[in-house]
Design a protein around this ligand. Structure first.
Ligand code: ATP
Ligand code: MG
Length: 755
């Protein structure tokens, strides 16, 4: 082979090379860490370098933005050579396609995008009208709306239109309960479609459907695309849904390489399904199949333990995934007495890892972990919160990936305060106070303004008077004047500026916001502001007559939902994320939380609506929903475990909540026989001893040391109130150790300077 050729393929094993150099229709199936994603990127390089494909002839489709970004970064390392090849998510590819073909798609650039959040908001505003108390989902209002929208989404992911559903229902007997419920769903489905048509909106599912429909209706466009992309590659094939598969099949006219792992299907409830591979094989009987079985990611121990878990899947063919990596450390299972103990254990262990120098994995220099080498994974978002708080408290840099704490950020609260004032200046005492304080106006002045307002308020006119008093006072103090002038200007702009522009101006000109965005934590604050701006544009797209008042209501609704913010991690921080978000990634150290019954696997909740089997287009396996759901949970656990390269910790609490309800170990721990498994090191962590107000764990001495460290760190970082608290806690510890009552602690004498 030419030298360049060998260069491209160096370091790949023979099967990977086969997959990289192969042409035609290719299916690559392989377990985690076996280099599937690597095959895709190497293949792109190979196609361009050695097979003389032009970069713009290559189309790589991924599942998430994050995966697309990562793949693009890997390819970019090859330099200019690959510039111009298309690496996109299914959604962004389709969105661009629709935008480029306004005539054929019947959609134009005015079409706004309706996100998942907006869908739910629409649901909140609309679904009541359909009398859905009929649904017994044992759920709150928000849950009902989500299940209705999920029901619609799963129909659409199977490309089932309202007319299809109607025709199906026509064949059902009148007393079919399921059919009645689907009838209710059909009416919402129709209303939703009509709403989108009237308001010229499309949602995430539409992007794929409309693109598929466009290619079907306009063979010219389809053939042009087919000619443009002779090389198509798809990562994470196992989570591709019916509509996405239809798109790929429609685009493909040349070479198509898809890679996936059936053991990692984790989006079944999003319309993804097991039968993809079968469908692919039936469509392309001449496809080649490559199975990779060499794992490069995990330690021998981690891979073996994860394998033991997934082997519990019924009817699963045996797979022989091996690794040349050393066995490494045993997997730690930490049984913590309470959730607080679990959080403290994880934080302490992370600190220990960060402070220790370890001998190298293979040959090489001794190594130390950085924060970004460590991930904390949880089954559900809320479970990560306790560890996040603990890490922040301990001064360990941590980032909650996709965290929707946006509204807690000062920048967001300042913006909302300013919007409240602009919306209704005469009744905005509280937000005005906030803005004054943030602008550095003294508490004395703030109180004075409020006192005066209370004195002058006229109960007849229903205003709190603060804004008028503010204007009167603006000559006394330059800071007050600045706030007053700015607010007056914003209020004036309200009449002429559209909502998103007003939001933008507020962001740019508000002293507090600007201050927040350019100072510490800048990256996150910036992202919060970007996100809020995007919400404003989305809101304006969604609404016929956008107003500030209505936008504030909209923000409230958004705030109640757990929405994800787009993510672009920057700092060196411990990453806390859900297992779903961790898909495709790898970290030297992984903590997986809450392996207790009821938490993980999460309790099965029957879906309110399922696509009737006769109507489903994809090949849905004939199985009980509860069993399927359990298998999905097990795959999730498998995905989580196989993210870890060197060290894996599985943690759980023995008792949960204030009332200390005992929880059994997770089914998955039991399946792993964790108490006797030679691959596992079991540790038990006692509950924090609350000898003082601070969180204190373990025995007295440990508690003392922990408090001392925290106090010293707090002083070093100028977090003085924390420092004072920790010193006080230390003193209480001392009292306790001396046999005295910690309640007798007297701050006044403790902090007084001896004469
Ligand atoms: P997942 O199923 O979790 O997405 P994957 O099969 O896509 O995993 P990759 O992420 O492509 O696996 O590869 C896992 C790790 O192994 C990466 O760090 C990759 O660089 C490395 N790797 C892959 N192939 C080789 C190889 N031939 N030699 C050395 N390292 C490799
Ligand atoms: Mg991968």
């Amino acid at each position: 082979p030419e030298p360049m050729h060998t260069h491209t393929l160096s370091g790949l094993n023979p099967r990977q090379q086969e997959a990289v150099t192969g042409l035609g229709k290719q299916l690559v199936l392989a377990g985690p860490g076996s280099g599937k994603t690597r095959v895709i990127t190497e293949k792109i390089l190979h196609l361009i370098r050695d097979a003389h494909a032009r970069p713009d002839e290559v189309l790589a489709l991924t599942f998430s933005e994050k995966a697309a970004r990562e793949m693009q970064a890997r390819i970019d390392r090859a330099g200019d050579l690959t510039a111009g090849c298309t690496v996109q998510t299914f959604h962004s590819f389709c969105f661009a396609l629709l935008k480029d073909h306004p005539l054929e798609s019947g959609l134009n650039l005015r079409n706004g995008l309706i996100s998942r959040t907006n869908q739910i908001v629409w649901g909140q505003r609309t679904i009541d009208a359909f009398g859905f108390e009929a649904i017994e989902v044992g759920n709150n209002a928000a849950g009902v709306i989500e299940s209705v929208m999920d029901g619609i989404s799963s129909l659409r992911n199977e490309l089932i239109a309202p007319v299809d559903l109607e025709a199906y229902l026509g064949t059902r007997p009148d007393d079919d309960l399921e059919a009645c419920r689907l009838g209710d769903l059909l009416s919402v489905y129709r209303a939703y479609e009509a709403y989108k048509r009237d308001e010229r909106l499309i949602d995430f599912d539409d992007m794929i459907h409309e693109a598929v429909a466009l290619l079907e209706r306009h063979p010219i466009v389809r053939d042009r695309l087919r000619a443009q992309y002779p090389y198509i590659l798809v990562d994470e094939f196992q989570d591709t849904n019916y509509a996405q598969l239809a798109l790929v099949k429609s685009l493909c006219n040349g070479h198509l390489c898809v890679v996936g792992d059936d053991d990692q299907t984790i989006y079944r409830f999003r319309g993804a399904y097991f039968g993809n591979v079968k469908d692919f094989t039936e469509t392309y009987p001449d496809r080649s199949l490559t199975v990779l079985n060499q794992n490069y990611r995990n330690s021998g121990t981690i891979l073996a333990l994860a394998g033991e878990l997934i082997d519990h899947t019924p009817d699963r063919p045996a797979k022989h995934l091996r690794t040349g990596n050393p066995a490494g450390e045993p997997v730690v299972v930490a049984e913590c007495e309470t959730e607080a103990a679990e959080a403290v254990y994880v934080a302490d262990e992370i600190r220990r890892l960060l402070e220790t120098t370890f001998s190298p994995r293979q040959e090489g220099a001794p190594r130390r972990y950085r924060c970004s080498d460590i991930a904390v994974l949880c089954r559900q978002r809320a479970q990560g919160q306790k560890v996040y708080r603990q890490l922040v408290n301990d001064g360990i840099p941590a980032e909650f990936v996709g965290e929707m704490e946006a509204f807690r950020f000062p920048a967001a609260r300042d913006l909302i305060a300013a919007l409240r004032v602009v919306d209704d200046p005469l009744n905005a005492g509280i937000p005005i106070n906030r803005l004054l304080r943030r602008a550095g106006v003294s508490e004395l002045t703030v109180q004075q303004i409020n006192r005066e307002a209370r004195a002058s308020a006229d109960p007849e006119t229903d205003t709190d008077g603060v804004y008028e008093v503010l204007l009167r006072h603006s000559d006394d103090d330059p800071a007050v004047r600045e706030v007053a002038d700015r607010l007056a200007r914003f209020i004036e702009m309200k009449a002429t500026l559209p909502v998103p522009d007003l939001v933008y101006t507020l962001m740019m000109e508000s002293g507090g916001l600007y201050y927040a965005a350019i100072r510490g934590g800048a990256a996150r604050e910036r992202r919060v502001l970007d996100w809020l701006y995007r919400l404003a544009t989305e809101y304006a797209d969604l609404t016929r007559e956008p107003t500030i008042a209505d936008f504030l209501v909209y923000l409230d609704q958004v705030g109640e939902l757990s929405v994800e913010m787009d993510e672009a991690p920057v700092e060196d921080a411990v990453r806390i994320m859900t297992i779903h978000q961790s898909k495709g990634t790898e970290f030297p150290v992984v903590f997986l939380l809450d392996l207790s019954e009821g938490r993980f696997p999460v309790r099965h909740r029957a879906k309110a609506f399922t696509v009737p089997r006769d109507l489903a287009r994809s090949m849905v396996p004939e199985e009980d929903e509860r069993e399927l759901s359990l298998q999905e949970e097990r795959r999730l656990c498998y995905v989580a475990m196989t993210r870890a390269e060197e060290r894996l910790y599985l943690t759980r609490a023995v008792m949960y909540g204030q009332r200390k309800t005992a929880a059994k170990p997770s089914l998955f721990l039991t399946e792993l026989d964790y108490q006797k498994n030679p691959l596992v090191r079991l540790v038990t962590v006692p509950a924090p001893q609350t000898v003082a107000d601070g969180v204190v764990v373990g025995d007295q001495e440990q508690a003392r040391q922990r408090l001392q460290q925290e106090a010293i760190r707090a002083v070093a970082e100028m977090r003085l109130s924390t420092a004072v608290q920790r010193l006080a806690d230390l003193e209480k510890c001392r009292l306790l150790a001396a046999g005295a009552d910690p309640g007798s602690f007297d701050p006044a004498s403790f902090f007084s300077v001896p004469a």
